[in-house]
Design a protein around this ligand. Structure first.
Ligand SMILES: NC(=O)c1ccc[n+]([C@@H]2O[C@H](COP(=O)([O-])OP(=O)(O)OC[C@H]3O[C@@H](n4cnc5c(N)ncnc54)[C@H](OP(=O)(O)O)[C@@H]3O)[C@@H](O)[C@H]2O)c1
Length: 231
């Protein structure tokens, strides 16, 4: 049996991946600061299938109390653990020199890099060596391509990808899959369109993706990802 652990299931891609896994009756541990009504309902009706762990991934106290709850008990009766690092933030969208407070910078780095690093370290620390571990990192073209205005997003996405490359070299029982989902119609794209030309010179191009209906549907992307990781 597989155990799926996934971050950020309240909206967008994470919500849709969680929906697909719930439909398939897979065993899930979902981590986030908000959950949808249907996730809350399923966790009440079938607690053996979905366990919801409340955590603001940008908050150190939340992260520490999550680590206390994140124990080896989850892995009983499981031979493979699939950890999906999905939660992510794009902002603040600004050029270097325009950032005006450290907290908003830390928020981005914490969600995109620090929290997944801490959670994956804990997973590797407590999961018995006999279990297969697959880490699905929802990445982005921005992890390898510099985009003006996205210095935090590009660098934090690049950092977690490199962290995982090192981990993959260190352990034979761990497989890493970086997936760039492409440009999807989610809240993240809304934040991009809500920025301005001074901070993000490509804003018109991203507005056009929306106007011309070129954004991918998160439901379709989630379907492809789940099919890929289930086999
Ligand atoms: N949309 C795109 O075009 C695109 C392109 C390439 C890659 N991606 C990647 O796809 C992944 C999913 O993004 P999305 O497009 O589905 O955007 P989204 O709808 O904004 O979803 C982001 C998820 O991350 C969670 N999250 C953000 N900050 C959090 C925090 N402090 N603590 C806990 N959870 C937090 C959000 O929860 P809250 O509701 O609590 O904020 C939400 O569930 C991200 O890793 C993103 O980098 C997206």
């Amino acid at each position: 049996m597989k155990l799926f652990m996934i971050t950020g299931v309240s909206s967008g891609l994470g919500e849709q991946i969680a929906n697909k896994l719930i439909q398939r009756k897979e065993k899930i541990v979902a981590i986030g600061r908000k959950f949808t009504k249907s996730q809350l309902d399923v966790s009440q009706i079938s607690p053996e299938l979905i366990h919801l762990l409340n955590c603001d991934l940008a908050n150190d106290n939340d992260l520490n109390s999550l680590l206390d709850k994140f124990t080896g008990d989850y892995f009983n009766d499981v031979n493979e653990i699939v950890f999906i690092n999905n939660a992510g933030v794009i902002g603040p969208i600004k050029k270097v020199g325009q950032y005006d407070d450290a907290d908003s910078i830390k928020n981005n780095i914490n969600v995109n890099y620090f929290a997944p690093l801490i959670l994956i370290n804990q997973l590797v620390r407590i999961a018995p060596i006999t279990k297969k571990i697959k880490i699905i990192n929802i990445s982005s073209g921005a992890a390898t391509k510099a985009v003006e205005g996205w210095s935090l997003y590009c660098s934090s996405k690049a950092a977690i990808m490199m962290f995982l490359s090192v981990l993959e070299k260190e352990r034979d029982n761990i497989e890493i899959l970086n997936i760039d989902p492409g440009v999807m119609d989610t809240k993240m794209q809304q934040s991009i369109r809500n920025s301005n030309f001074n901070e993000f010179p490509l804003i018109d191009q991203f507005q056009k993706y929306k106007d011309d209906d070129q954004l991918k549907d998160a439901v379709t992307v989630a379907d492809e990802i789940v099919k890929r990781i289930i086999k």
